[in-house]
Design a protein around this ligand. Structure first.
Ligand code: SF4
Ligand code: SF4
Length: 66
């Protein structure tokens, strides 16, 4: 599993109050900018939860491995 980004809450990187902090804060580079939307590359996400904590809009939902 990996985190999920709620696109109803995240209005895109240009509109992000922190300028896409999720992308910058990810230690594995698992989030990239895809047409102004943060895009999680699931194979790179290690579920560390940092982006969940950093997102100013609480748009990122943690998902735990089961
Ligand atoms: S949970 Fe961690 S590894 Fe996964 S996208 Fe967020 S910051 Fe990156
Ligand atoms: S930090 Fe949150 S609001 Fe900003 S681009 Fe990332 S998911 Fe969207």
């Amino acid at each position: 599993m990996a985190v999920k980004i709620n696109e109803d809450i995240c209005n895109g990187i240009t509109a992000c109050p922190e300028g896409g902090l999720c992308i910058e804060s990810c230690p594995t580079g698992a989030i990239d900018n895809k047409e102004d939307k943060p895009n999680v590359k699931y194979f790179s996400c290690v579920d560390c939860g940092i982006c969940v904590d950093k997102c100013p809009n609480q748009a990122i939902i943690a998902a735990r491995r089961s």
